[in-house]
Design a protein around this ligand. Sequence first.
Ligand SMILES: Cc1cc2nc3c(=O)[nH]c(=O)nc-3n(C[C@H](O)[C@H](O)[C@H](O)COP(=O)(O)O)c2cc1C
Length: 446
Amino acid sequence: MQHQKFSYRHIDELKEDIIQTGVQLPVSEQLDILKTPLPVGRKILANRLAIHPMEGCDGTTSGAPDTLSFRRYERFGAGGAGLLWMEACAINNEGRSNARHLFLHRENLLEFKNLFNNMMTASKAAWGNDFRPYTVLQLTHGGRYSKPHALVSVGENPYLDPFSNPDRTVVTDDELERIEDQYVETALLAEKIGFDAVDIKSCHRYLINEQLSAFTREGKYGGSFENRIRFLLNIIEKVKVKTELDITVRLNAYDALHYPYGWGADENGNPALDEPRRLMQILWEKGVRMVNITTGNPYYNPHIGRPADVGPYIAPEHPVESAARMLNIIREMKTAAPGMALVGTGFSWFREYGAHIAAACIEKGWMDIAGFGRQSFAYPDFARDIIVGGKMLRRKCCIACTKCTELMRFGGQAGCVIKDSSVYLPLWREATAGRTMMSDRVGKHL
Ligand SMILES: Cc1cc2nc3c(=O)[nH]c(=O)nc-3n(C[C@H](O)[C@H](O)[C@H](O)COP(=O)(O)O)c2cc1C
C-alpha cells in the first residue's frame, strides 16, 4: 500500500489499518507485561523496556562524551527502562563515522566512567537503590561510513556505494585481524567502566554487517557462511577470553538488498533468513544470551528499519508494512534460538500505540524486550509513563519527522528537534541552514 502519514486518533483505527494492509501485527490493550522482569544470563532485567542505541554525534573531537552526551544519558538513566543500550562507540579513531563520534580509549576512560556513573546516579535518584538497569555499550567500526577514509569488504555494491564515503578501500585480512584485537581492547575498557555487556554491533551495514554479506570476497573472511561470520565470531571469542562481560549483538537479520549485495536476502531482495537463523543458533552456542534485531540500511533504504512520516525520500510502502516486516523477521529469529532474549525494533512510528504493539509481540513470544530509538530522544521517560501511569502520552511522543537524522547527516548534534526544542531546534536551524534532505528519490524495497 502507498505511504501514509500517521493519523490515528484511536487504537481501533490502527487495528483497522493493520487489517487493510493485510500484515500480521498484534496489538494488545493490556500493557502489564512490559513491567515484568526478565532473566538474561546471570542477570535480571527489571522490565521489558529498552533504550535503543542512538548516536548523538555529540562527543569531543577526541571521542570523549561532551555536555549533551551527559545530558542525554542522565535523562535515559532517570527514564526507567530496564535496559540501557548505549550508542555506537568506535573501537579505533579510523572507525569513527563523524567528527563527534564517541571513541573510547585509555586517555578518555575517566570521562566515559563519569558518564556511566552519572547515568546510574540519575537512575538511582529516580528509582531507588534496588533498581539497576542492565547496561550495554555498543562497539563499532564504521566501515564504509568511516571518515575521512572508509573500509569496505568487497569492491563494489551498486546499492550502497552511491551513499557511502567515496574515499574507500577494501579492508585486508591483516587489517581485520588487527581490528578484532581493537574490539577486545575497547571491551576491556568497557568492563573497567562497569557496563554489564558489550554489543559487537553487526547491523546497518557497518563493518561487521558488511563482512556478513562478503559473498564475493576471496580468502578466509569471504565466500562461505563460515568465512563471512568469522570476523564476528573471532571478536566474540577474543572478548570472552579477556573479559567477564556479557556479550550481546545488534544484528541485521535482513539488509533488504539483492543477493550477493545484501545479507539475509535472495536475488530479488526478499528476506531469505536461513543464514541469519543459523547465526542466531551459533551465537547461542557461543554463550550470547541477548540479541537486538534490526533490518535495513539507514542511508539507502531507511524505511526498512525506521518507518517515518517524512524523510530523505518517499517510502514505497505504508509504514505499517515496513514495521510489520521487521517485527515478523524478529519473530523468525526468535524461533531460531528460543532461549535468546530478543530486543525488538520498530515501535516509534506508532506513537503511544507502540507500547500496545510491543506488549502484544512480547505476549505472543515474538520477542522479549521492546527497544525504542527515536522515541527515546523525544520521550526519554516513556518507560516511567508506562510503568507508573499505565500508558504513553501522545503529546510527548516522537512524530517520526526524521529531523534527528537530518541533524546527524548535516554534522550537527542529534536529538529531538520537536519535543526537546529548546536544545535541538537552534542546532537543527544551524545545521540545516540553506540545505535540505528532502528529495524526490522514491525509495525501493526490492
Ligand atoms: C539519530 C539516530 C541515531 C542512531 N544511532 C544508532 C546507533 O548508535 N546504533 C544503532 O545500532 N542504531 C542507531 N540508530 C537506529 C536506532 O537504534 C533504531 O534502530 C531506529 O531508529 C528504529 O527504531 P525506532 O523506530 O524506535 O526509532 C540511530 C537512529 C537515529 C535516527
